[in-house]
Design a binder for this molecule. Structure first.
Ligand SMILES: O=C(O)CCC(=O)C(=O)O
Ligand SMILES: [Fe+2]
Length: 244
């Protein structure tokens, strides 16, 4: 049998990660993506960015990444088990049998810069972030977060109120000011390829810092469980929405 693409993490390790997500906003599974897998994924991303003329590319869903590590992770029993255990420990309910909503984001060039400081809540409870390429010079492209600023809302409408309060120019400007001030910095996560980072995406306001135009910053996101997936109001008011 070939090596699993993600290690089977112990219950203690997953409990530590879920505890870190509660306490400091994020938990880390260290050194769990192999150097070879990372290298071929890096090539895949570099090709996609080159095809896009050195600009921003995002691939949503499994189709475009099926034959890469990201496709393998989406169906890796060990990876699914890790995310489900984290969900169960954090939410205190059995983990539903739901697939990931996955996105590969490659920030580069001028358009990439426009995707920085876009503060949002994810629609999904757990976010697993796999850094693929992080800038080696210039601005670092850290993940910025204000961890665990809300609870899981009972209704989609209440969730929508949170999003409206967040997704307007005044709030966005205020958050950016806080994020870039020297005194009241939010949590900054400098991510290292090879590690996988977990946070409560639904509960935490977050965004990414910019990187220089000539650099690539590539991350893969695996989102798990939309608490409002069954909402009738959500179905009639949105088309299939992005994770945000
Ligand atoms: O790329 C990142 O660091 C975060 C992206 C994110 O939050 C999202 O796609 O929902
Ligand atoms: Fe997000």
């Amino acid at each position: 049998m070939s090596e699993p693409v993600f290690p089977a993490l112990s219950d203690d390790c997953l409990a530590r990660i879920a505890g870190d997500m509660d306490r400091q906003g994020f938990g880390v599974a260290v050194d769990c993506i192999s150097v070879d897998h990372l290298a071929s994924l890096r090539l895949f991303v570099e090709r996609k960015v080159a095809d896009a003329g050195g600009e921003y590319v995002a691939l949503t869903g499994l189709d475009g990444v099926r034959d890469t590590l990201l496709g393998m992770l989406a169906s890796s029993p060990e990876f699914m088990q890790a995310v489900r255990t984290i969900y169960r420990k954090g939410v205190g309910e059995p983990a539903p049998d739901k697939p990931f909503y996955q996105v590969l984001r490659c920030l580069s060039g001028r358009i990439g810069e426009r995707h920085a400081y876009l503060f949002h809540y994810d629609s999904y409870v757990v976010t697993a972030l796999v850094p693929i390429i992080m800038p080696s010079t210039g601005r670092a492209g850290d993940l910025i977060m204000f961890p665990n600023t809300r609870t899981i809302r009972k209704t989609y409408l209440r969730n929508l109120v949170d999003k409206v309060l967040l997704d307007n120019i005044l709030t966005q400007m205020a958050l950016k000011r806080i994020a870039t001030s020297r005194t009241r910095r939010p949590t900054l996560v400098r991510m290292r390829p090879g590690n996988v980072y977990f946070f409560w995406g639904y509960r935490s306001v977050h965004a990414n810092e910019p990187c220089d135009h000539d650099q690539i910053r590539a991350t893969a996101l695996f989102h798990y469980v939309n608490p409002h997936a069954g909402s009738r109001i959500r179905r009639v008011t949105t088309r299939e929405a992005p994770a945000a």
